[in-house]
Design a protein around this ligand. Structure first.
Ligand SMILES: Cc1cc2nc3c(=O)[nH]c(=O)nc-3n(C[C@H](O)[C@H](O)[C@H](O)COP(=O)(O)O)c2cc1C
Length: 207
């Protein structure tokens, strides 16, 4: 069996637009791909382990081949468990809200735990950085209260540019689908929702 991993970054459950779209997409995908099982990491709603002083010390020690203390091993192993879950997934779906024009801290915390030199990306003295996640097919579903449809509004968007950079840098072959205007009234939301659902239905066939 293959695995589709869903990283769900909204702390909202039934009210979340990004989570709802991801759930609908995943249900559609699983119907078409019976050789897949589905795992969800609810990073938005369930407190994640810290990556604090022990974890960061382990990170520096790891790149220098220095042995860890016990508490460093614990935080590092937790990060590696999250990394292995990402690495072993055959398909990845990340659903996230825009918060303060960027990503919510739950998603950044997960990114800071799983993204490690020598694991998600490599560094070559001659070639520089290179991705290590093998072009894993990834769908990023974003939901945002506003609409970012003009150059001046787009300039405020620090969510999608960062996630585009992060996915490419680490070797995730990402497609982005966004539901904009979730706080702009029912008419705009209904229209945008219809367009997004059409995109997701097409994607579920070829993802
Ligand atoms: C803490 C917080 C910050 C937000 N910041 C923004 C923002 O900067 N721009 C925006 O368009 N919407 C913003 N919103 C609105 C959300 O992006 C919007 O409600 C979206 O639908 C949330 O995704 P969800 O429904 O999956 O939880 C914010 C919402 C919250 C709770």
């Amino acid at each position: 069996m293959k695995t589709l991993l869903h990283i769900a970054a909204s702390p909202r459950l039934e009210r979340s637009e990004s989570r709802r779209l991801a759930k609908e997409f995943i249900a559609d995908f699983l119907k078409k791909n019976s050789n897949y099982i589905f795992e969800e990491v609810n990073i938005g709603a369930i407190l994640q382990p810290r990556f604090g002083e022990p974890g960061t010390t382990a990170k520096y020690k790891s790149s220098r081949g220095i042995a860890f203390e016990k508490n460093e091993t614990e935080e590092w192993n937790g990060a590696m468990t999250a990394f292995n879950q990402l690495k072993n997934a055959d398909r990845l779906v990340i659903s996230t809200p825009m918060w303060n024009f960027s990503l919510p801290y739950h998603l950044k915390q997960w990114i800071d735990r799983v993204t490690q030199a020598g694991y998600t990306f490599g560094v070559d003295p001659k070639k520089g950085y290179y991705p290590m996640l093998g072009d894993k097919k990834t769908l990023v579903i974003c939901a945002m209260g506003g609409v970012y449809d003009t150059p001046d509004k787009l300039a405020l968007d620090h969510l999608r540019p960062y996630l585009r950079f992060w996915t490419k840098f680490n070797g995730l072959d990402a497609t982005f689908v966004s539901l904009e205007g979730t706080n702009m009234g029912t008419d705009i939301l209904a229209q945008n929702d219809k367009e997004v659902k059409t995109q997701l239905t097409l994607l579920a066939k070829e993802f």
